[in-house]
Design a protein around this ligand. Structure first.
Ligand code: UD1
Ligand code: MG
Length: 449
């Protein structure tokens, strides 16, 4: 039998998000909300993690998490008790304790849950609740305690039913619990429906207190971590907190961030030491930035790799790669499949897609390079365009090393410009240019140099 099993509740409608996307698939710092508890329970060493889904969001959630977790389907939206019950047949008799967590509370810290579980075991409790003292309770459940010196937990009062709520700060329920497994499975059936016809998991606290079973609430150190997300306002608030944490983590790792509040760094990003992030920069997805770089102002880098000592000035990159010592911008765009080898210089208003620039190649001014291979030390003149699409197919252009492409050259693909060849200004290259030759005119002819 496992020591711990986990249940993640994700079958709610998320109606307060007013969204076609299931709530738990909205992103916080580039990561779906549901991934946070999955990773958290994984870190706590649980091998059995059951995600409770609804018939409506089942496909989207299984599509996201695949077979990294198990699934239970809550057929009718009957509240959080019904959600836990739908995982019962999978987990009964399988673990000593069960940790239940909502799919909408992404900032819960591993340390707090560990402390919750440790205390639960030490004090042989039936139910332990992670709580937090907050200034603004945002409609969350409140922990009710007796007024005696022990301050025992009496129950959890949901905001809608809470007539005794007397101002803030108050102790709220994070929606993270540790249960003695047998006790949980025995007592779930005792919870009746509340005013809203939903059966609240939180009512188990009063059931435990009423029978004299051991129930306690453990206060998390940081009140931010226990806030759940029910609306987009709350999503934005928690994202703001998490973004600040991520920025501070990177600053402490040696990254300079100017005007930090204007800079966004997703959860999955890595940044090297002595890199400077200038205002209004976004590093998104699974981006990796080397050391000694300058990114921004106003750059957006998504799912890309940037080597050491690069500059990305007021430019956008997505699914692109830069080796060391490359610079682009301002106002250039590296699209998927752009690969710039070391020392490449790309100036302003250049778009590159599915193309490789070999070491030392230069394109200083506006133009478009798509489906091309640009050799080492090539100079691409201002206004060069690869005409890579004939209305049906995408076709490749090749410019071999040391070639010099004159301003406003049109490379009508498929075409190859040989090593060391030169094209004249305004040339329209429709046929291959042999190495070291000169091509001029429209359509271009090969002439003596
Ligand atoms: C819940 C708690 C509240 C706590 C708060 C913390 C209850 C009754 N209340 O309120 O005390 O302060 O979380 O964030 O539990 N879900 C299902 N099936 C359902 C209903 C909900 O799986 O039938 C899931 C939701 O997807 C969600 C979680 O359970 O991940 C909590 O549900 P939600 O509706 O967000 O409850 P809150 O009102 O936030
Ligand atoms: Mg919630």
């Amino acid at each position: 039998m496992d020591e711990l099993a986990g249940i993640i509740l994700a079958a709610g409608e998320g109606s307060r998000m007013k969204s076609r996307t299931p709530k738990v698939l909205h992103c916080l710092c580039g990561k779906e909300l549901l991934r946070f508890p999955v990773e958290l329970l994984g870190k706590l060493g649980m091998t059995r993690i059951v995600v409770v889904v609804s018939p409506a969001n089942r496909e989207a959630i299984t599509g996201l998490l695949g077979d990294t977790v198990e699934y239970a389907v809550q057929e009718a939206r009957s509240g959080t008790v019904g959600a836990v019950e739908s995982a019962a047949s999978m987990l009964q008799g399988q673990s000593e304790r069960v940790v239940v967590i909502g799919g909408d509370a992404p900032l819960v810290a591993e340390d707090s849950v560990r402390r919750l579980i440790d205390g639960h075991i030490q004090d042989s409790r039936q139910m332990s609740i992670l709580s937090g003292i907050v200034q603004v309770s945002q409609g969350l459940g409140r922990i009710s305690r007796d007024l005696g010196s022990q301050q025992n937990v009496l129950g959890i009062v949901e905001a809608n039913d809470d007539t005794g709520r007397t101002g803030e700060p108050i102790e709220i329920n994070s929606g993270v619990y540790c249960f003695q497994a047998d006790w949980l499975w025995e007592n779930l059936g005792k919870v009746g429906a509340g005013k809203s016809q939903e059966r609240y998991l939180t009512d188990l606290a009063a059931i435990a207190a009423g029978k004299g079973d051991a129930v306690a609430a453990v206060v998390a150190d940081d009140p931010d971590e226990v806030m759940g997300i029910n609306t987009r306002v709350e999503l934005a608030r928690l994202e703001d907190i998490q973004r600040r944490r991520i920025r501070e983590r990177w600053m402490l790792e040696g990254v300079t961030i100017m005007d930090p509040s204007s800079v966004m760094i997703d959860d999955g990003v890595a940044i090297g030491q002595d890199t400077v992030l200038l205002p209004n920069t976004m590093l998104l997805g699974s981006t990796s930035i080397g050391s000694g770089c300058e990114i921004g102002p106003g750059s957006v880098v998504k799912d890309s790799f940037v080597g050491d000592d690069c500059r990305v000035t007021s430019s956008a990159m997505e699914e692109a790669v830069m080796e060391a010592g490359v610079d682009i911008g301002p106002f250039s765009h590296l699209r998927p499949g752009a690969y710039l080898e070391t020392g490449v210089h790309i100036g302003n208003y250049v778009e590159v897609k599915e193309s490789r620039f070999a070491a030392g190649a230069v394109m200083g001014h506006f133009g478009y390079v798509g489906d091309a291979s640009i050799g080492a030390n090539v100079n691409m003149g201002a206004g060069t365009v690869t005409c890579n699409y004939d209305g049906k197919d995408k076709l490749r252009s090749v410019v071999e090393k040391d070639a010099f492409i004159g301003c406003d050259t049109m490379l009508v693909a498929p075409v190859t410009v040989g090593a060391g060849a030169v094209t004249g200004a305004g040339a329209v290259i429709t046929k291959d240019v042999p190495p070291a030759r000169l091509a001029v005119g429209v359509p271009a002819k090969i002439v003596e140099r």
